[in-house]
Design a binder for this molecule. Structure first.
Ligand code: NAD
Length: 479
C-alpha cells in the first residue's frame, strides 16, 4: 500500500475525489505515493479560506511572520538530504542536484524571513504647503501560485515565501507530475505556526483546477511559471479580470564561445548548462554559438566530454544525468532530434533512448551541429538534453545570433576579452547574462527573470519580489 497524500485547505488535510500515482521516472515500478486530485469545489474552499485569513495575516505581527518563515527554512535545510532524495526520485534530477535545490528552497525562506522586517516606505514633501505624503507597500490579498514540474521545491518556495512575507495569503497549485515535494513543503508549513487558511495546497490537473484558480473572483493575482502557451492564456484571462499577473516561461538560451575562450572552461560550462538536470531547466543553454577559430577544437572536445557522461538512476552514486521526467517529455526530446536532422542538422552525439537496469525514461544527451538560426531546433524550446551548435564568423555575428530568438531569459559568453564580455553584458537581449559561467545556476537573493517571450510582469526573487507581491499606496495628510 502506498501512502495517500491530501490537499491542505484551511489548516486541515482534505481528500479529493480521486488519487493519482506519483511514479519515479528512473524506475517505473517505484510508486512514491498516491496524491489526491482536487476539484473546482475544493479549489473554491481553498480560496475562501485564504480570503478569510487575509485580514488578520496582512495586519498581524511581522516578527511572528518572520519567525514562521525562518522555521520553515530551518527545517528544509535540516532535511535537505531527505527532501533532495524525494525530489530526485519524483523529478529525475540527480540526488546531488536535488539536495542543491532543497538547499536553495531553505535559503529562500530564510531570506524572506528577513524581508518581513525590511519592507520600507518613503515620506516626501508635498507640492502643497502643510501636506505630507507617505508612500507605502501593502499586500494584494489572495495570490494563486501555479508551478511547473522541473523545480518542484525551489519554485514553490520562491513564490510562497515572498507572498507570505509581504502579508498575502496563497493557494498553491503545483504541477501534477511532481506533487511530492509540494506536499512535503506544505507539511512543513502546516507545523510552522502560520494560521489556518494563510497557506493552502490544492493538487490536480491544470485543466481542472488551474482555470478556476486563475478566474476565481477571490484571487487578486496570479504568479505562474511554466510553458509559454499556458502562460499566454493565463495572461489573457487575468487581463479580462483585471488581475495582476507574473509569468516566467521558456527559454532558448544562447551560450556564445569566442575564439579567445578558455577551451576547457567553455566545454565544461556548455555541458553543464545544456545537459545537467537532464536539460530540463528554463535557463539551460540549448544554442551553442561558436566562432570559427575555436570551432574544430570545441566540437571535438564536446564530443569527448559527452562520451564520459554517466546517465542513469537519479539516486545512484556517480551519475551525472538522470532520466527525462516523463514519457511525453522524452518523446518530445526524441522528436526534436529527428526534426533537427530532417532540417539538415548533423547528430554529433547521443539523441537516443537508453536502457538501464530499471525501466525508466533515460536518454543520451544530443548534440546537433551544422545548424542554422532558422531551424525549428534553434527557435523552439525543446526542454530536454538536446543542444545545437551554430557556427559564426566572429563576435558581431555571435551577438546577433544570440539575440535572434523569440525568447530572452538567460545568455552566456565564454571569453577572456574584457571588451567582448562588457559589450555582451550590455547588448544581450536577455534578463540574465553570464560571463564564463553556465547560463543555468543563479543566486537566490537577486532578481530572476527574462524579457521578450520568456517573461511577463515584474521580476521574481530577492527584494525585487516585492514589486509583484505588494501594491503601492500614496497617502496624504494635512496637519
Ligand atoms: P506547463 O505550462 O505545462 O505547466 C505549468 C503549470 O501550469 C502546471 O502546474 C500546470 O498544471 C498548470 N496549467 C496547465 N494548464 C493550465 C491552465 N489551463 N490554467 C492554469 N494552469 C494550468 O509547464 P511545465 O511543462 O510544467 O513546465 C515546463 C515549462 O516551464 C518550460 O517551458 C520551462 O521553460 C518553464 N519554466 C520556466 C521557468 C522560468 O522561471 N522562466 C522556470 C522553470 C520552468
Amino acid at each position: 500500500m502506498t501512502q495517500k497524500h491530501d490537499n491542505y485547505i484551511n489548516g486541515a488535510w482534505v481528500a479529493g475525489a480521486s488519487y493519482a500515482a506519483n511514479v519515479n521516472p528512473s524506475n517505473l515500478g517505484d510508486v512514491i505515493g498516491e496524491y489526491t486530485q482536487a476539484d473546482a469545489a475544493q479549489l473554491d474552499a481553498a480560496v475562501q479560506a485564504a480570503q478569510a485569513a487575509f485580514p488578520a495575516w496582512s495586519t498581524g505581527n511581522i516578527q511572528a511572520r518572520a519567525d514562521a518563515l525562518d522555521k520553515i527554512g530551518t527545517e528544509i535545510l535540516a532535511r535537505r538530504e531527505e527532501l533532495g532524495t524525494l525530489l530526485a526520485r519524483e523529478e529525475g534530477k540527480t540526488k546531488l542536484e536535488g539536495i542543491g535545490e532543497a538547499t536553495r528552497a531553505g535559503n529562500i525562506f530564510k531570506f524572506f524571513a528577513g524581508e518581513c522586517l525590511r519592507l520600507t516606505g518613503e515620506t516626501v514633501p508635498s507640492v502643497r504647503s502643510g501636506v505630507g505624503v507617505e508612500i507605502t507597500r501593502e499586500p494584494l490579498g489572495v495570490i494563486g501560485l501555479i508551478t511547473p514540474w522541473n523545480f518542484p521545491i525551489a519554485i514553490p518556495a520562491w513564490k510562497i515565501a515572498p507572498a507570505l512575507a509581504y502579508g498575502n495569503c496563497v493557494v498553491l497549485k503545483p504541477a501534477d507530475l511532481v506533487p511530492g515535494c509540494a506536499w512535503a513543503l506544505a507539511e512543513i508549513i502546516s507545523r510552522s505556526g502560520i494560521p489556518a487558511g494563510v497557506f493552502n495546497l490544492v493538487m490536480g490537473r491544470g485543466s481542472v483546477i488551474g482555470d478556476p484558480l486563475v478566474n476565481h473572483p477571490g484571487v487578486s493575482a496570479i504568479s505562474f511559471t511554466g510553458s509559454q502557451g499556458v502562460g499566454a492564456r493565463i495572461a489573457q484571462q487575468c487581463a479580462l479580470n483585471l488581475k495582476k499577473v507574473q509569468l516566467e516561461m521558456g527559454g532558448k538560451n544562447p551560450q556564445v564561445i569566442l575564439d579567445d575562450a578558455d577551451l576547457a572552461q567553455a566545454v565544461e560550462l556548455s555541458v553543464q548548462s545544456a545537459f545537467f538536470s537532464t536539460g530540463q531547466r528554463c535557463t539551460a543553454s540549448s544554442r551553442l554559438i561558436v566562432t570559427d577559430g575555436i570551432y574544430p577544437q570545441f566540437v571535438a572536445a564536446m564530443q569527448a566530454r559527452m562520451a564520459t557522461l554517466k546517465i542513469g538512476d537519479a539516486l545512484a552514486a556517480g551519475i551525472d544525468i538522470g532520466p527525462v521526467s516523463s514519457l511525453s517529455q522524452l518523446q518530445q526530446d526524441l522528436d526534436y532530434v529527428s526534426i533537427g536532422q530532417a532540417e539538415g542538422a548533423r547528430l554529433l552525439a547521443g539523441g537516443e533512448r537508453l536502457q538501464r537496469d530499471t525501466e525508466g525514461f533515460f536518454m543520451a544527451p544530443a548534440l546537433l551541429t551544422d545548424t542554422t538560426a532558422a531551424m525549428r531546433i534553434n527557435r523552439e524550446e525543446v526542454f530536454g538534453p538536446v543542444a545545437s551548435i551554430i557556427r559564426v564568423k566572429g563576435y558581431e555575428e555571435a551577438l546577433a545570433e544570440a539575440n535572434n530568438t523569440p525568447f530572452g531569459l538567460a545568455a552566456g559568453i565564454a571569453t577572456t576579452s574584457l571588451k567582448y564580455a562588457t559589450h555582451f553584458k550590455r547588448h544581450s537581449q536577455a534578463g540574465m547574462v553570464m560571463v564564463n559561467l553556465p547560463t543555468a545556476g543563479v543566486d537566490y537573493h537577486v532578481p530572476f527573470g527574462g524579457r521578450k517571450g520568456s517573461s511577463f510582469g515584474s521580476r521574481e526573487q530577492g527584494r525585487y519580489a516585492q514589486e509583484f507581491f505588494t501594491t503601492v499606496k500614496t497617502a496624504y495628510t494635512f496637519a
